[in-house]
Design a binder for this molecule. Structure first.
Ligand SMILES: Cc1cc2nc3c(=O)[nH]c(=O)nc-3n(C[C@H](O)[C@H](O)[C@H](O)COP(=O)(O)OP(=O)(O)OC[C@H]3O[C@@H](n4cnc5c(N)ncnc54)[C@H](O)[C@@H]3O)c2cc1C
Length: 441
């Protein structure tokens, strides 16, 4: 039996990240009662404000405050905590897997694909066993506790070689995520050394490896050069135009012949489109992204929309210089595209024309630790404290909901008044260890 003609249109949003959350927020605001139902599907019950992950890792922001609970803010939507495994747009259904492992199909009328990106992993020996990426709140919490627990382990380590390995932290990839994570964690660990009698800041070794000849491709080259100089001034070793060749057993080998042991390997060498798309019947480009029109409709397909990191959206602001220009994977584009996406879906439901996406990149801001940053905004380059303050100001204005803004500002004020908290909760990374030990005693 077909659906009643008057039944509300079923809108299904895959992914509850920047695009998914902002699209759902826009739809629940704009849709009339009974016009459409909105369902958001994500294996996490929250949206992660990824730009704050470095500060969450450094302890400047409480981790719970950089995520936005989907059920709490999407009161007029249905939220399903399941993972999409297959998209069959021809049959207007997606297959999802629940946390208990069972699979089921969800039918829809209109699809929004906002599955974002995943870490681009290379076949480097030892990477899968030793590495960790930096994209989720779990990874940020893990790294904070991991780095601080290495200081604890090193402080009572009698073996010099092992101590050096424990205190060596390697980051691969010089984009925003890698540089901000490195900058914040190094800053935090250096601060923490004041509480250890036998660890000096100079005992810590921080290494950045980047395959390209520069870092931070999102800002102008001169600002990238400035950032390298700042990192080096802090004692961080920066290897440009260098490839990581092996991480086996925590022994790092670089393409210039450099070798050292490192107990921490953070892999931030770029992202690729969500692999679920490769097994869908939707059109993808050579980099696995959904081919999109400027209106954010999936190219050549009815009733399918997309935006964000998993979409190849034409960048109309650069079309004169490069007709094939595409929007870069950034939060800046994701949020703006999502706002337009909600408007366009409502327009089409009401038989109006969708509008094309146009946004001229205004620049970027990045944090490099407490009171340190770089920014390149409206063609003005800014460094140091002012850039850091701009980073905080920009992102607190962007983080969704007043509730989160308030909590983040409160965290910053508390940190300023009571100083940083640098206690290691390394036990969180293996919470059953203590119970296991007493059970076996
Ligand atoms: C550490 C870090 C710092 C960053 N800093 C900045 C910055 O300062 N400025 C900036 O512009 N950009 C920044 N970015 C990039 C920015 O966060 C991304 O461009 C943005 O998140 C893209 O939004 P999205 O909605 O496409 O993807 P996401 O926000 O990643 O959302 C994708 C969602 O899909 C869900 N999902 C994944 N697989 C499935 C599945 N199989 N089924 C269902 N759901 C699934 C995920 O759980 C996630 O919630 C940063 C990224 C990182 C990692």
């Amino acid at each position: 039996m077909g659906r009643a003609k008057t039944a509300p249109t079923r809108i299904l949003i895959l992914g509850g990240g920047y695009v998914g959350l902002y699209t759902a927020l826009g739809l629940q605001r704009k849709l009339r009662g009974g016009e459409a139902s909105v369902t958001v599907v994500d294996p996490q019950p929250h949206m992660t404000y990824q730009s704050f992950l470095p500060e969450a890792a450094a302890g400047a922001i409480e981790p719970r405050h950089v995520v936005v609970p989907l059920r709490r803010v999407l009161k007029r939507c249905h939220v399903l905590t399941v993972r999409v495994t297959k998209i069959s747009h021809g049959e207007k259904k997606v297959t999802v897997e629940a946390p208990d492992g069972h699979q089921e199909d969800i039918a829809y009328d209109v699809l929004v694909v906002a599955l974002g990106s995943v870490a681009r992993v290379m076949p480097i020996p030892g990477l899968a066993e030793q590495g960790i990426s930096f994209k989720t709140i779990g990874e940020a919490i893990y790294l904070r506790n991991h780095v601080l627990s290495k200081l604890d382990a090193a402080s009572s380590c009698a073996d010099d070689e092992l101590r050096r390995k424990l205190l060596t932290f390697t980051f691969v990839g010089g984009g925003f995520a890698g540089i901000e994570a490195l900058g914040e964690l190094e800053d935090m660990a250096r601060y923490a050394t004041r509480y250890y009698e036998n660890i000096e800041p100079s005992d810590l070794r921080w290494v950045l490896v980047e395959a390209a000849g520069r870092i931070l491709p999102e800002v102008r080259e001169s600002l990238g050069v400035y950032t390298v100089l700042q990192l080096e001034r802090r004692g961080i070793e920066v290897y440009l135009s260098t490839l990581a060749e092996s991480f086996e057993h925590g022994h790092v080998i670089l393409s210039d012949g450099t070798e050292f042991d490192s107990d921490t390997i953070v892999w931030t060498a770029g992202v690729k489109s969500n692999p679920v798309l490769a097994s869908s019947d939707l059109p993808i480009d050579d980099r696995g992204r959904l081919r999109a029109k400027a209106t954010l409709q999936v190219d050549g397909v009815a009733d399918a929309w997309t935006a964000g990191d998993n979409a190849a959206v034409p960048d109309l602001s650069r079309i004169d210089e490069d007709p094939a220009a595409l929007c870069a994977p950034s939060a800046q584009h994701a949020v703006r595209q999502a706002n337009l996406l909600a408007k366009n879906i409502v327009a089409v439901l009401r038989d109006r024309e969708p509008k094309p996406y146009f946004h001229r990149n205004v620049g970027s801001v990045a944090t490099l630790g407490l009171h340190k940053g770089v920014a390149d905004v409206y063609n003005v380059k800014v460094k140091g404290f002012i850039a850091w303050a701009m980073h905080r100001g920009y992102h607190v204005a962007r983080v969704p909901t007043f509730n989160r803004k308030f909590r983040v500002v409160a965290d910053w004020l508390l940190g300023g008044l009571l100083r940083r908290e640098v206690i290691s909760m390394g036990q969180i990374n293996n919470p059953r260890a203590e119970f296991d030990r007493v059970s076996r005693a």
